[in-house]
Design a binder for this molecule. Structure first.
Ligand code: ASP
Ligand code: MG
Length: 417
């Protein structure tokens, strides 16, 4: 008997038809004899009656004066409605189930309303219900302070509820159900032959999530990674197994680690590149620039510091303030708006020669200038103009053969036996 945490996102719960699919996945696991904790998001997307954004719309533009504590009370309602609606369906099918709010499920958080951190989880109450053969439905995205105040975990926080519960309850797996067939090699709206991946490592998916891929919340992955709990990202609307997320070692021992250098692409738009050249400027130019950004809460990226000046990026929305601050310091920055950051991600690229050469070749052949680049041991980033984005993604996807189905190799081959 396995203990499984299933998490269903807003689009999976948005109407009767999708909730039927949700039921199907729950009943399948119950019939296989497994214990289930089901974490739910608020139903639907912005505009749907009980979606998180719709709840926010009730106060937005109407004074916007709701204090943070009361705002979290409002936001927590979406998940509660979702949970009760699902409980009704399960009971009607004859499956005993119970709804617990985050606080009732034992999720203790700090008191940072709107972006609370989970401090600890007491799984006793959930375990009691599981032993009584009940499906435990937990409202995602929320917890409770030690003083009994309701908190929310930040947008997209239901994923975090699910993996945190998975870790606390020592679940065998956390299944994140969404509206796509797992994790794809690139965003299919930009790359027509993007392909679902069978498995990725925690590091790879963290890099994807932090660099614009909207598959799973990066915090949720970090929590699962620390405890080594496997996660699967899969579709509510199909029976495909989706993408397994676990550590690279486990993937190897299960024989599902491919001979691949690059796993996937991610991208972020609306980036502005700022260059401040140091002709015979002040010796402390670097310090002044980055202090100014920091003291105004501007997050900087793609940072290149050289004796000849500094180059870095900020989001387009932070750009006007950043430029004004630089002007106030007496600098005349070069400003390039409308850039995009493309991430080439792969746990297998560490120490592999030639990855950057493939990137440069592919982009050069497509006539796309690289404005800046940076790298870590699992990702290479290039900054390009947003107008080149579609072509760049497609060119890189093809150059790394990401559209091809990789060969399965088993562990013996992997270690050369
Ligand atoms: N309903 C919350 C949100 O929209 C949490 C979640 O869906 O993960 O951010
Ligand atoms: Mg979500």
């Amino acid at each position: 008997m396995d203990l499984i945490v299933q998490k269903f996102g807003g689009t999976s719960l948005s109407d009767d038809q999708s909730r039927r699919h949700v039921l199907r996945h729950i009943i399948r696991e119950l019939e296989a004899g497994n214990q289930l904790v089901v974490v739910v998001s608020a139903m639907g997307r912005s505009g749907d009656p009980y979606a998180t954004d719709s709840l926010l719309d009730l106060i937005r533009g109407r004074g916007d004066a709701l204090p943070p504590r009361e705002r979290d009370l409002l936001l927590s309602c979406g998940e509660l409605i979702s949970a009760a609606v699902l409980c009704n369906l399960l009971q009607a099918e004859g499956f005993p189930s119970v709804v617990l709010t985050g606080g009732q499920a034992g999720i203790r958080t700090d008191d940072h309303y709107g972006s609370a951190r989970i401090l600890e989880i007491n799984g006793e109450r959930i375990r009691k219900h599981l032993s009584a053969r009940e499906v435990v439905i937990v409202t995602g995205f929320q917890g409770m302070t030690r003083d009994g105040e309701v908190t929310t975990l930040g947008r997209g926080g239901s994923d975090t509820s699910a993996t945190a519960l998975g870790v606390a309850l020592k679940a065998n797996i956390v299944d994140i159900y969404t509206d796509v067939d797992g994790i794809l090699t690139a965003d299919p709206r930009w790359v027509s032959d993007a392909r679902p991946l069978t498995a990725v490592s925690y590091e790879e998916i963290c890099n994807m999530a932090q660099n614009g891929a909207k598959v799973i919340h990066p915090r949720a992955v970090e929590i699962a990674m620390k405890a080594g709990v496997p996660v699967r990202v899969r579709s509510t609307f199909s029976d495909s197994e989706g993408t397994l997320v676990t550590n690279a070692q486990a993937l190897r021992s299960q024989g599902i680690w491919y001979d691949r250098t690059v796993t996937g692409l991610a991208h972020v738009k609306n980036v502005t590149q700022l260059s401040v050249v140091n002709h015979d400027g002040p010796a402390d130019l670097q310090l002044r620039v980055f202090r100014a950004m920091a003291s105004h809460g501007i997050s900087v990226d793609f940072i290149n510091v050289m004796p000849t000046g500094v180059h870095y990026t900020v989001s387009d929305s932070d750009a006007p303030l950043a430029v004004r601050l630089l002007a106030e310091l007496g600098f005349e920055p070069q400003v390039r708006r409308g850039c995009a950051k493309v991430s080439v991600i792969g746990g297998g690229m560490n120490g592999e020669p030639g990855v950057m050469a493939v990137i440069v070749e592919a982009l050069t052949a497509a006539g796309i200038p690289i404005l800046q680049s940076a790298d870590s041991n699992t990702t290479i980033w290039v900054l390009i103009s947003e107008t080149d984005l579609a072509e760049a993604l497609q060119a890189l996807h093809s150059a790394f053969g990401l559209h091809l189905t990789p060969n399965r190799r088993n562990i013996e081959e992997e270690v050369g036996l």
